[in-house]
Design a protein around this ligand. Structure first.
Ligand code: HEC
Ligand code: HEC
Ligand code: HEC
Ligand code: HEC
Ligand code: HEC
Ligand code: HEC
Ligand code: HEC
Ligand code: HEC
Length: 411
């Protein structure tokens, strides 16, 4: 071969090699490093079709931190151990993408979440142990004795499956046991494709479930000084700030997440929303939780990033006084109901007589509202939606009890 041809051949192949290198360089690193051809350029191939089929999902994904970190569609959609899979064009996809798929990269968040009341206790509150393995029951019971190994909720059974599936479980599914052995759903707060922390820090996100008269947290927050400030100043808050470096300069006003999850100014971030709670406020009569002291200190440390200790101590003392008062009122109603049962005026079934529904509203709506209002700065909820209603319903309960006694005595 003449010298010139060799020179041309070398030049052309070097140019081709360089071009190939440049093209590869432009591709996300994890696509280049993966050996299987069907994995190469996974997101690109999924997006080719899905830009037509489900364009919003691709747009949502493109906004995510995942897309910036070169995580592909397949990183989440590929089957992990124990997951059922199916063929989708040239790919193997998981039948259900669950918290197991997230766990493979976010173990710490998964483990904190899985031991919280957002996990198995939330599911058991409606469905009991349905769908749980013995190991899951044991895990749940270790962290929350009595809150997991319990029967399905009676009210849910009375309402039936249709109501429970879209009603109760619409909120309580956050803790469902998945068929692959994992627990719960991360996407209730982060969404599936934008997987955003800003979204999870929005009060409205928590308020999808934490609303209404039985757990009026979003309404209470909206009424509180914190809620009003958040609305007024949100443009100057950085909801995207990186969790491990979150400071009061990013968030000088707290949202639900700040008090219950975030690690403000060097405090620890947690996905266990149970850690900072000192009372069982949702219970009819609220006792202190086993970790009362530690939980109280952890929550107060968050308050103290923004407040002085004297005002926080006063705030807690006043809230605990509301808990004590509410407990006393609820005990009075409880004793009345127990007496009616002893006298044979009520059946053992808790939901077959009108007075039982009134009693349920008494502690479940008004009792809880008063206690939650006191701990989250909602004056109107302590007062008009709480204590006033408690007084009114207690009077009605006594009145109805009198009627039942009169009827039975034939008066
Ligand atoms: C050749 C086109 C094509 C490719 C490539 C493709 N999809 Fe799809 N995908 C579709 C169509 C069509 C549907 C059905 C849409 C509908 O029902 O409206 C679908 C549906 C889905 C669904 C919904 C569940 C189901 O199976 O119906 C998921 C999840 C999904 N695709 C994920 C992916 C992922 C992840 C990739 C890449 C790894 C991918 N797809 C690649 C065309 C494609
Ligand atoms: C962070 C993980 C994650 C990534 C990355 C991801 N997905 Fe998904 N995707 C999910 C989850 C979770 C679901 C809900 C699955 C379920 O319910 O079984 C889902 C559902 C879907 C569905 C069905 C949606 C519906 O409402 O019917 C489609 C289609 C889909 N994904 C396509 C894609 C495509 C295309 C990409 C890449 C552009 C992608 N996904 C990237 C987690 C992810
Ligand atoms: C293949 C690994 C991988 C999988 C699977 C995965 N992630 Fe991620 N995730 C990452 C990486 C990498 C980042 C960005 C870097 C970081 O912050 O660690 C990230 C960031 C995040 C963030 C922070 C986003 C932000 O705005 O800063 C959230 C929230 C998140 N992931 C949730 C999820 C959820 C929910 C799932 C499952 C549906 C999931 N991830 C699945 C690797 C993964
Ligand atoms: C999809 C519905 C849903 C969303 C979204 C949700 N939660 Fe919950 N949350 C629940 C349910 C259900 C429970 C009750 C669990 C139980 O005790 O049975 C609960 C319980 C709690 C508890 C009490 C835990 C305990 O130990 O008693 C706190 C605190 C909490 N959530 C905070 C939050 C915050 C903060 C957010 C937003 C960042 C949020 N939740 C988002 C459904 C949700
Ligand atoms: C709008 C969302 C939502 C719906 C619908 C809902 N719940 Fe809840 N539930 C919650 C939240 C949030 C809590 C936590 C309240 C708290 O800690 O203050 C909770 C708490 C509970 C608790 C007390 C905590 C525990 O673990 O014992 C029980 C029991 C319960 N729910 C059962 C049900 C049943 C049964 C239904 C349907 C008949 C239902 N819930 C419907 C959101 C919901
Ligand atoms: C109750 C709502 C909620 C649920 C459920 C939830 N998260 Fe989060 N997550 C948040 C909030 C709020 C933050 C931001 C915390 C903060 O303000 O610093 C966050 C932050 C994160 C981050 C960023 C952490 C960091 O330090 O950079 C990751 C990753 C993440 N979540 C993954 C998950 C995974 C995986 C699951 C399921 C096992 C999950 N999340 C379930 C609310 C939630
Ligand atoms: C300023 C801090 C702060 C903010 C903001 C805040 N909370 Fe709370 N929350 C508390 C405190 C304090 C308690 C009572 C803690 C205890 O039991 O020691 C509490 C109690 C709760 C409980 C009651 C758990 C039980 O025992 O029944 C739930 C659920 C809850 N908050 C959810 C939310 C949600 C959802 C939002 C936003 C809409 C929110 N919180 C906003 C501080 C806050
Ligand atoms: C991220 C900062 C931040 C955190 C955390 C925080 N707060 Fe606040 N809080 C504020 C700001 C800002 C105001 C308005 C103060 C002002 O006007 O100077 C406020 C106001 C209040 C007020 C109303 C005072 C008034 O003007 O009537 C109370 C009560 C309160 N906070 C209690 C708490 C408690 C209790 C906690 C913890 C459970 C807490 N806060 C956590 C920032 C915070």
């Amino acid at each position: 071969m003449p010298f010139r041809s060799i020179f041309v051949a070398i030049t052309i192949s070097s140019a081709l090699l360089l071009a190939a290198l440049l093209i590869n360089h432009a591709r996300p690193e994890n696509e280049v490093l993966r050996p299987l051809p069907e994995l190469v350029s996974a997101t690109g191939r999924c997006a080719q079709c899905h830009r037509q089929e489900t364009p919003a999902i691709v747009h949502q994904f493109e906004r995510s931190e995942h897309s910036r970190a070169n995580i592909t569609c397949l990183d989440c959609h590929q089957p992990r151990e124990r997951q059922e899979a199916y063929d989708h064009y040239n790919f193997r996809l998981a039948q259900d993408v669950t918290s197991l798929n997230c766990r493979s990269c976010h173990t710490t968040e998964y483990e904190q979440f899985a031991r919280s009341r957002h996990a198995l206790p939330a599911w058991a509150a409606v469905s009991g142990t349905a769908g749980m393995s013995p190991e899951q029951i044991a895990l749940g019971e270790r962290h929350h004795p009595g809150a997991v190994d319990r029967p399905a909720n009676l009210l849910a059974s009375l309402e039936g499956t249709a109501a429970t599936q879209t009603g109760c479980l619409g909120c309580h599914r956050i803790g469902q046991p998945n068929s692959d052995g994992s627990i719960g759903s991360c996407t209730e707060c982060h969404s599936r494709h934008s997987t955003s922390i800003a979204l999870a820090r929005e009060p409205r996100t928590c308020g999808q479930c934490h609303m209404g008269p039985d757990h009026a947290q979003i309404e209470i927050y909206t009424e509180s000084k914190h809620g009003a400030l958040f609305e007024a100043q949100r443009a100057s808050l950085d909801l995207d700030a990186e969790p491990k470096r979150l400071t009061t300069a990013d968030m000088s006003v707290p949202t639900c997440a700040t008090c219950h999850l975030s690690g403000l100014d060097g405090l620890r971030v947690t996905h266990d929303t149970t850690e900072r709670l000192s009372y069982w406020l949702f219970a009819p009569v609220s006792e202190r939780r086993p970790g009362y002291e530690r939980a109280r200190t952890e929550m107060q440390e968050t308050c103290l990033r923004c407040h002085a200790s004297t005002s926080i101590e006063r705030f807690y003392a006043e809230a605990e006084a509301v808990v004590a008062d509410t407990n006393a009122r609820v005990r009075e109603g409880e004793a009345l109901m127990a007496a009616l049962r002893d006298e044979g005026l009520l059946t053992e079934h808790p939901f077959d007589e009108p007075i039982e529904y009134l009693y349920f509203d008494f502690w479940h709506y008004y009792g809880r509202t008063a206690k939650h209002g006191a701990f989250m700065g909602g004056a109107d909820f302590v007062q008009w939606h709480g204590n006033y209603e408690l007084l009114l319903t207690l009077t009605e309960l006594h009145d109805l009890a009198g009627e039942l006694r009169d009827d039975s005595a034939g008066r």
